[in-house]
Design a protein around this ligand. Sequence first.
Ligand code: G4P
Length: 529
Amino acid sequence: MSIKKEIDKRRTLAIISHPDAGKTTLTEKFLLFGGAIQTAGAVKSNKIKNSAASDFMEIEKQRGISVATSVMTFDYKSKRINLLDTPGHKDFAEDTYRTLTAVDSVIMVVDSAKGVEEQTKKLMEVCRMRKAPVSIFINKLDREGRDPFELLDELEDLLNINVRPLTWPISMGHTFKGVYNLYKKNLNLFRPNKTKVEDDILLVEDINDSVLDQKLDSDAKKLREDVELIEGVYEPFNREDYLAGDLAPVFFGSAINNFGVKELLDTITEFSPVPKGRETDTREVDVLENQFTGFVFKIHANIDPKHRNRLAFVRVCSGRFERNKFYKHVRLQREFKFTNPATFMAQDKNIVEEAFPGDVIGLYDTGNFKIGDTLTEGEEIMFKGIPSFSPEIFKLLVNTDPMKAKQLDKGIEQLTDEGVAQLFTQDYGKKKIVGTVGNLQFDVIQYRLLHEYGASCRFELLNYYKACWITCPDEDKMDEFIRYKMDNIAMDKDGNLVYFAESSWMLNKIMEDNKEIEFHFTTGFKMEN
Ligand code: G4P
């Protein structure tokens, strides 16, 4: 099969949601439809229920056994779907943001009783930055939720995107009857079923068809009124607007009951985008280019702690990836070949001979890869990723076992390469400051340093409010600023200068007093250059 045909077959997407909206449940139902699993309950939730490090470790342990849960590949109606998993917990939001660099479209799950929640908004902002097309699945219609029209308004207002319903619920909660497919013009009647794949679809050519009255009684009238209102208020679905990230199609259903899920999956496989190329620091790589390119968006650590090996997840952007062929690791300026590249079909991890744009491959790594690393057939390009965001919690890393200083250095270096946290150094590397978006990461880092690297440490809270990357075209001015604010200046892992502000008031004052210095709140400034 030609590369073009392989690309056309592929759909690479992520399901994202505020925790508890139903992401794991929906993922599982997709896998059931794809025949990748046979029973419900096979997909482990990666939720961290009590915000405890031990939960995280437990999950990591499970994942070590089945890293396949990071990427789930299955075939559905002649399409190959690569479904990328994202952590639900907000402390791991950066991991989710990075995963979104590797997908071509996104399904956002929203709880019908809760509507738009905090993480929903943040995730949508990242989708917008990436210009990723988004579809929305409003879940839990089997429970009493909010009025669907009200939910649509809220999605538009709070997520700042135009929406277009493609399915419509007929009642909800105890009286939930089913969903009408506005796109295909058919009706799926509700029969709760948690474990099997349902296919009970009634074709309705005309919304005035009397069969609707037979099946829905008085709800038929309400459905007709709703549909009339929808057709009057919302523009017809325009795929171009969806692909541009300007319009989100909306689906309703109940993931746990397997309801409205098939409508979503059918429509997604039909109109979600085929794999796209990506921007690099010098040019845009087209997905149809013959030469292989790809980038690392996730590193899964220590599958076997004894060997400290890791799995680097690479998204193929162009060309054909082949096993045992030498590729250039652009940052290290070295050639590598991979003897055991893995793909993730269903629950299994298999060695793969070749992979195509849109695919995600797992490469065994002994510490050569960092998030964002680029592999090519020789060309010197680096893919642009999601920038790092300013962390919110800062702690000083203190070594508590002087005999293990080297292990600690190596451990923190590698963990931050994986993107667990950001590392800043002062005093020529002697002082190490770890920055994260959540407290949970510190427990995780401490635990992993001890168990994987044999290094023990403690953290001392630093009273910083924000870290900003600083640049200045005038070197003398910059030197002067560094001398003046020495204690608040550090270096990130890439050698960029960072200023730590103690409070928002202080930051504003420093910005006001030093107009020639530019303060950046994400590493995105490197991309602008
Ligand atoms: P998440 O990955 O987005 O965090 O959510 P997850 O799928 O784990 O679902 C969160 C909870 O919502 C789960 O209940 C799940 O069973 C429930 N749920 C998912 N879809 C539906 C639905 O369509 N209707 C209803 N009524 N509930 C739904 P839980 O009690 O937290 O966990 P569990 O013990 O059921 O696994």
